[in-house]
Ligand binder design. Structure first.
Ligand code: SF4
Ligand code: SF4
Ligand code: SF4
Length: 261
């Protein structure tokens, strides 16, 4: 559906973590009114409803994605059905009822358990401030295919993580963010994919006491990622006190239970 400029401007001021949900509601409102375009009035009606009846809008979790699936050319790898599987997993946890029992006072959107998925290390969906952040990753490996010293990998790597030493490229793993760009740039397949999947970050949040997520070591397949997410939810639902965010739970309990597998 088309949006008027005023409506777009107004919705751009909605906090990013609920903007997608608000946009959907506004479009529903416009469609219900039989309008062919979303106007500022539709936005205002929805904003008022969100503010007056926020508790009804809380579903207990949020899954945010970057613009990778909408055509951004940067994704490291394509795992199109993972967001749906994560939604299913979170739905089965009854997080709304869980939070209603734990939180003192009315439920707010910031109490929801947030999973944020970015399709490359540019991290546009801000996985570093979500309870669980996933970053698609593709780690290179140096194969036995001869290197022609063309320099394409060095030029491509924005982290300065590759140098050419002697006959072969050398990767500084401390700098590499597993974006996979060098693999795509290498014409000789000297650089090949060693593993693709997700980097997993846990415990990020904003609010009064912001906390950046911590990264678990390694790259995980979609199946392993779902398993770790399940473990994180087990731990969160077992240990959460008074509506604590996952990062606060981890500060109190440590990460042993979620990485010990
Ligand atoms: S995180 Fe990467 S793939 Fe996703 S929108 Fe940003 S640049 Fe594109
Ligand atoms: S995967 Fe990305 S960050 Fe790592 S060496 Fe290749 S281009 Fe550089
Ligand atoms: S892109 Fe491939 S062939 Fe070219 S320098 Fe790098 S590893 Fe060697």
């Amino acid at each position: 559906m088309e949006w008027s400029k005023e409506a777009e401007k107004a919705v751009s001021k909605v906090p990013f973590f609920v903007r997608k949900r608000v946009r959907k509601r506004v479009e529903e409102e416009a469609a219900l009114a039989g309008a062919g375009e979303v106007t500022l009035d539709h936005v205002k009606i929805c904003q008022q409803r969100f503010l007056n009846r926020m508790e009804e809008e809380v579903k207990g979790f949020q899954v945010e994605t970057c613009f990778g699936p909408s055509g951004c050319p940067n994704p490291a790898v394509a795992h199109d059905d993972l967001p749906r599987k994560i939604e299913d997993l979170l739905s089965r946890r009854n997080l709304r009822s869980f939070l209603a029992e734990k939180v003192t006072g009315p439920l707010k959107l910031h109490h929801e358990f947030r999973v944020s998925i970015s399709d490359c290390p540019n991290a546009c969906s801000r996985p570093q401030i979500a309870d669980i952040g996933l970053i698609e990753a593709r780690r290179p490996n140096i194969s036995e295919e001869p290197c022609t010293q063309c320099g394409a990998c060095v030029e491509t790597c924005r982290e300065g993580a590759i140098i050419l030493a002697g006959k072969w490229p050398v990767v500084d793993w401390g700098k590499c963010v597993s974006c996979g760009q060098c693999i795509a740039a290498c014409p000789t397949r000297t650089l090949q994919e060693e593993k693709s999947g997700f980097r997993i970050q846990v415990g990020g949040k904003l609010g009064r006491h912001p906390r950046l997520a911590e990264e678990l070591p390694g790259i995980y397949s979609p199946e392993e990622t779902l398993e770790i997410l399940g473990r994180c939810l087990d731990h969160y639902q077992k240990q959460c006190r008074h509506g604590e965010r996952f990062g606060e739970v981890l500060d109190r309990t440590g990460k042993k239970e979620i990485i010990n597998f």
